[in-house]
Design a protein around this ligand. Structure first.
Ligand code: 9MR
Ligand code: 9MR
Length: 722
């Protein structure tokens, strides 16, 4: 059954009302200026320290003991007041424990650098207003994954000398792995090659559950960009990855590094639990800090397969089959076969739960409820194949109708039902239109929930006051992903504004006046828990590279330094930029993945819309499907697709589902493949580019079972057509 009330066990106990009210107006904390060590101000102005988009929301939070409205002034770099107005008193803000007011300067649409917002004699840090604000974060946040790669040297030509390092865990002494890793005692009697992938975080563990989720988000960021007609921004030679120039979008090259690892974690045919995924591989004992990956001398071990890991693999690999097909159909086939085997194995072993006790040398990633993972994997397998067995697994899942698929605490590595909803809401499948409408409505309802929570909070954070648990910044970014998709589905600009405003929170408009993203913002965190980027412990080592997101405020205080230094903190202030604070200040792939998703989203709107803003049209293509000939068992049809969007489409794939058992047997002027009911038609060399307003036509011949109804919906590069 879906969880209805309490957050999952691994999260924190809720904070008592007494704690929340008892920490209001923590004087010293509330008034500490963000960056400059200025005077004893009574007011502090918290802004997005990177800046604001010209067409985006522009709000700041003012920490002040004043109860009356104050006035704000926006000054440009020359010191000239370019806008001014009154703040709105908000009173006590429970999550931050501060008394706050809000300044809204959204109506100012000028551009420039060096703006300062002043209230009551206090100035913010300087910030920019410009359309290309997020271009750097888009590539930095994505580059994080390359830095985290295991099994490959990180080359100075891509990352700079400070971040270059030898390959980790390729079996070169003193490393023991990961080319031939044994299982823990009693788990298996063979070894497995599980090289590659991304290190999870500040540790050297590699965990299938968290890897699957993170891969899915990275690939999903590309899917979303493609639907908006802007996938080129993440295309080939856009990122600092070694595979630049191979004709494949760089973001997919990066995700493939992890997908290959995930598939290596699958139990081989002929062995017990074949098709299941080992839950994780990591050191036999926790290593100390600092420690470069190639210097880790601990034995590595595979841990018992789990149903959750197996289903994460199934979901990520099924998504791979769909998204990589236009670039490498053999790889797509390999992914699909791994996904199918994983699904079958998970069905045969539906309750192999990873225990919370398994946390020696690596994190547990425990999960004793996997119905949501079944739902997500089924949704991806259905989207990839159109097959009725997967459709039935979707529609019979309790999560398909449950209102709780989107929890107020957001989705996460153990809560994946929302991901199934996002797939079904955005990828055309054979689900009835009414069901798709219901699924889409659930996405917007979730986004509405985040918006209303933001509106009720002084810092416009989408998480509830009791939701500041380990990785809360990842939760904020995940919520923003849902809001952005709601904006795409509805064209309602409020959702885009909500997604952008969460960026303000992450980049400095928060209780601590600190950007949680390294290298982005005047006053940014820089001592995240990491075994190589451990400058705080060893000055010869680098700080984390720009674009790394800290886990964020965690009222659980689950490490010694947080427990010691942060006792009594208000939830949103339970954070310390210290390398030892792994429970508030680690980096992790599942937090940087939604950050990268969001940065790509925010960057794309700014640069590609010329600052005009607004959502892309709900549909960027129109299709006519005409049966040109039909006989007792066969038919021919002509299909015409028109690019009704504003940008050229370079390389297209049109997809649809046949409603009544039709099968394509041949095609002309397009390359057509069918899997189950799902059909994909790819451009030929000569009709690959569709300028705005241009059309391409192709034909298919096929068989039918007596009736031959036309498909009722089509998608161009995964965006629904009218
Ligand atoms: O470094 C580890 C970090 O990646 C994990 O998130 C965290 C919780 O599992 O554990 C950290 O390792 C610490 C271990 O749990 C206890 N001894 C100190 C370790 C940090 O050096
Ligand atoms: O993100 C994980 C968080 O939800 C858990 O509460 C926490 C303790 O189990 O572990 C976090 O994940 C860590 C993992 O266990 C080990 N690598 C670092 C991860 C981020 O801190």
């Amino acid at each position: 059954m879906p969880r209805t009330t309490a957050p999952p066990l691994r999260r924190l106990p809720r904070l008592s009302a007494a704690l929340l009210t008892g920490t209001l107006l923590l004087g010293g904390l509330a008034v500490a200026p963000a960056a400059s060590g200025a005077t004893a101000a009574t007011t502090a102005v918290r802004v997005n320290q990177v800046g604001y988009l010209p067409d985006g929301p522009k709000r700041a939070t003012v920490v002040t003991t004043a109860t009356q409205a104050l006035s704000w002034q926006l000054r440009n770099a020359a010191g000239t007041v370019v806008a001014s107005g009154p703040t709105v008193p908000r009173g006590a803000d429970a999550p931050s424990g501060q008394s706050v007011q809000v300044a809204d300067f959204s109506s100012y649409q000028g551009t420039g650098t060096g703006y300062v917002l002043s209230v009551d004699g206090s100035g913010s840090v300087p910030f920019d207003i410009r359309a290309d604000l997020y271009d750097a974060l888009r590539s930095d946040a994505m580059a994080f994954f390359h830095h985290q790669r295991s099994g490959i040297a990180i080359d100075a030509s891509l990352v700079g000398a400070a971040y270059a390092r030898p390959a980790g865990h390729l079996g070169v002494s003193p490393n023991k792995g990961d080319v031939s890793v044994p299982c823990q005692a009693t788990v298996c009697d063979y070894t497995q090659d599980v090289r590659g992938g991304w290190y999870d975080a500040g540790d050297h563990g590699k965990y299938v559950v968290n890897g699957g989720l993170s891969t899915w988000l990275v690939v999903n960021s590309f899917e979303r960009a493609e639907r908006a007609g802007k996938g080129a921004a993440l295309g080939d030679s856009t990122l600092r990855v070694p595979e630049r120039g191979n004709g494949v979008p760089d973001v997919l090259d990066e995700a493939r590094w992890e997908l290959d690892f995930l598939m290596r974690m699958q139990v081989p045919a002929g062995k017990p639990y074949a098709g299941m995924a080992f839950h994780k591989v990591h050191d036999a004992a926790w290593t100390g800090m600092p420690l470069r990956p190639d210097q880790d001398a601990q034995p590595r071990e595979l841990h018992r397969p789990s149903t959750a890991a197996t289903l994460n693999l199934a979901a990520a690999a099924a998504q791979c089959a769909r998204v990589y097909r236009p670039y490498d159909s053999a790889y797509a086939d390999r992914c699909l076969s791994a996904a199918r085997r994983a699904w079958t194995a998970a069905q045969a072993n539906p309750a192999m739960y990873a225990p919370s006790s398994d946390s020696t040398g690596g994190g547990a990633y425990e999960d004793a409820r996997v119905t949501d993972e079944f739902y997500w994997a089924a949704a991806e397998l259905y989207a990839a194949t159109g097959e009725s067995a997967y459709r039935d697994a979707v529609t019979s899942s309790s999560w398909h109708t449950s209102a709780d698929a989107f929890s107020p605490y957001g989705f996460g590595w153990a809560d994946t039902a929302a991901l199934g909803r996002l797939v079904l809401a955005t990828v055309p499948t054979g689900l009835p239109a009414s069901d798709v409408a219901r699924v889409r409505a659930s996405v917007t309802a979730a986004a509405d929930g985040y918006l209303s929570r933001m509106a009720a909070q002084g810092y416009a954070v989408p998480v509830p006051a009791d939701g500041y648990f380990w990785g809360s910044n990842g939760e904020v970014a995940n919520d923003a992903v849902v809001m952005a998709v709601a904006g795409e589905l509805t064209g309602d600009a409020r959702y885009r504004a909500g997604a952008l405003e969460t960026m303000d929170y992450l980049l400095g408009r928060n209780a601590l006046g600190l950007s949680y993203v390294t290298g982005h913002g005047e006053s940014a965190a820089q001592n995240q828990h990491h075994r190589f980027w451990a400058h705080q412990l060893d000055a010869s080592l680098p700080h984390p590279p720009a674009g790394s997101l800290a886990g964020g405020p965690n009222s659980g205080l689950q490490d010694p330094i947080a427990a010691q230094r942060l006792a009594g903190c208000a939830p949103a202030a339970c954070y310390i930029d210290h390398i030892d604070s792994y429970s508030t200040n680690e980096v992790a792939v599942n937090w940087n993945a939604p950050l990268a998703w969001l940065a790509a989203y925010a960057a794309e709107r700014a640069s590609d819309d010329g600052g005009s803003g607004g959502e892309p049209p709900a549909s960027a293509c129109a299709v006519t499907y005409t049966v040109t000939n039909s006989w007792n068992t066969g038919f021919t049809a002509n299909v015409t697709v028109e690019n009704t969007g504003r940008t050229a489409v370079d390389g297209w794939q049109l997809t649809w589902a046949y409603p009544d058992g039709q099968r394509v047997t041949s095609a002309w002027n397009a390359t057509v493949t069918q899997s189950g009911t799902a059909v994909g038609a790819r451009n030929t060399d000569w009709n690959r580019t569709l300028a705005p307003g241009a059309k391409a036509s192709f034909g298919v011949q096929g068989t039918h079972n007596g009736t031959n109804p036309a498909p009722d919906s089509f998608s161009l590069n995964a965006g629904a057509c009218s």
